[in-house]
Design a protein around this ligand. Structure first.
Ligand code: BDR
Ligand code: CA
Length: 308
């Protein structure tokens, strides 16, 4: 089993990603760190604890992280129009009984990278603030993690939060660029592929039919998300952004990647844009950018894994 840390801003698709990782027999979730974006870091922490309680997995440590971008004030507000006021589609849930651990997310990442040296994968599906600060604090972390998989960016397609940028990168562009230039082995799962994996009403029928408290919870949170994507974006389903980053670790054959140097534009006009560095002698590190996905194979695996 691969040891993984999930770094999340729990939101609806983050909740689906957490559930997918926990239910997968291939992954051992050694901890979850929280950040901000869809909601505040406190709300992301609460939502994460609620998901773990629904899944009876409260033994997984949850470590709260940063509440704001590493080098600036907030560029954007919360994404309540996408994820609901509470971040989980306005589904009413009891306040969690469990609590986050005392260790800060930055230190938790460093500690786990020492404990599981060369076998830890970090799956980051929110702003990259925690990871960037962990690398700043202990630069040798980049040599100890097996891999980092980031849901973020839009290299060959338009953005979603502003025309040129994807939400997770835009939320903390300096942190994202710092991680990209750090030399850590990195796979980028961006809108290039996540908008090809749309979950439709028909796809979730399996969960509704099972009618367990857990699958009903999944169906309920997805309803809000589905309405946003179908009404506001005119799509026939919703993007499985964060679950696809987990899928990339469970079975890399879901995706086709191309290795290229990537940087984040930090200029005022294009802030947060993920750009391929075309310079032939670029000394920027290469990143494996996902450019194609076998959507049907991934979706089938994702839906079935959540039925377990
Ligand atoms: C990303 O932004 C967040 O809203 C989602 O949870 C996902 O991580 C998609 O752009
Ligand atoms: Ca997210």
């Amino acid at each position: 089993m691969k040891k993984v840390i999930l770094d999340v801003d729990t939101g609806i698709d983050d909740a689906l990603a957490i559930a997918y990782a926990i239910n997968s027999h291939k992954l051992d979730v050694v901890g979850i760190t929280t950040s901000f974006g869809n909601v505040s870091v406190k709300e992301a922490t609460r939502n994460t604890l609620q998901v773990l309680e629904i899944m009876n997995k409260t033994e997984i440590p949850v470590s709260m992280g940063e509440e704001k971008p590493m080098a600036r004030g907030h560029l954007k507000g919360k994404a309540t129009h996408v994820h609901g006021e509470n971040g989980l589609g306005n589904v009413d849930l009891p306040l969690p009984m469990s609590k986050p651990i005392h260790t800060h997310a930055v230190d938790f990442m460093i500690e786990k990278s020492l404990e599981f040296s060369n076998e830890l994968t970090v799956i980051a599906v929110g702003a990259l603030t925690n990871l960037a600060l962990a690398i700043k604090k202990d630069p040798t972390l980049v040599e100890r993690v097996e891999k980092v998989v980031v849901m973020g960016g839009a290299v060959t397609v338009p953005g979603n939060v502003v025309p040129h940028a994807e939400a997770n990168i835009y939320t903390d562009p300096e942190a994202a660029d710092f991680v990209f230039q750090s030399g850590v082995p990195l796979t980028l799962v961006g809108l290039d592929v996540t908008l090809q994996t749309l979950l439709t009403k028909d796809d979730v029928k399996k969960w509704t039919e099972l009618n367990t408290p857990f699958t009903n919870f999944l169906g309920d949170i997805c309803q809000f998300y589905m309405d946003f994507y179908m009404n506001e974006n005119g799509l026939e389903g919703y993007g499985l952004h964060d679950p696809l980053a987990v899928g990339a670790v469970i079975d890399p054959s879901f995706l086709t990647t191309k290795s290229m140097p990537i940087y984040v534009d930090l200029s005022n006009d294009l802030i947060g844009k993920t750009v391929e560095d075309q310079e032939p002698n670029s000394n920027r590190p290469n990143i494996d950018v996902c450019l194609e996905v076998n959507a049907e194979k991934f979706k089938e695996h994702f839906i079935n894994t959540l039925c377990l």
